[in-house]
Design a protein around this ligand. Structure first.
Ligand SMILES: [Zn+2]
Length: 172
């Protein structure tokens, strides 16, 4: 299904056809090809004293569920900067990147293909305060966390628990 009708460069009507191995929209007039790529997002599994920081999502998709802080990367920032920025914006909390839990691909109805870079962050001491895009923010016991709404988040949470908590049952 074509997404755009007119060329963003010269405003002529776009065509559709095989270009570089895929059916893509292109412009016969100026040569513009509309490449579609996954959107990169970053996600924070942020820990303080054995609890994880969750937010209540204030926007779709999955508005109202409790899950990890996350957001789209901006231009001119590294994935690590993006993750710490989203964390600060949504919860008021700061911390440092400890590990990359994994990189995940998902197809979403709202945004199409998403790439999620999910980091383990050790939080600085502080009180979570919900900010942009969040209706709530709280530190939750790991044993009380179940479904985080997104498949990639649930998979990353499982990896996180196995990697960082399997040897430390006293902290669960
Ligand atoms: Zn054009």
């Amino acid at each position: 299904m074509p997404k755009y009708k007119y060329c963003p460069m010269c405003a002529k009507e776009l065509n559709q056809g095989l270009r570089y191995g895929r059916i893509r929209q292109y412009c016969s007039n100026c040569g513009f090809i509309y490449y579609e790529n996954p959107l990169p997002t970053t996600v924070a599994i942020a820990e303080l004293n054995g609890k994880l920081l969750l937010i209540k999502r204030g926007i779709e998709p999955l508005k109202g569920i409790w899950t990890f802080p996350s957001g789209f990367m901006e231009l001119d920032e590294t994935p690590e900067e993006s993750c710490l920025r989203e964390l600060k914006e949504e919860t008021g909390m700061t911390g440092r990147i400890e590990d990359l839990i994994g990189v995940f691909h998902n197809k979403t109805p709202m945004y199409g293909d998403i790439i999620s870079l999910i980091y383990y962050i050790k939080l600085d001491t502080g009180i979570p305060t919900p900010g942009d895009d969040a209706e709530g923010a709280a530190l939750i016991n790991i044993s009380e966390i179940n479904d985080l709404g997104f498949n990639s988040f649930n998979t990353a949470f499982k990896i996180y628990k196995e990697k960082y908590y399997s040897k430390k049952p006293d902290m669960i």
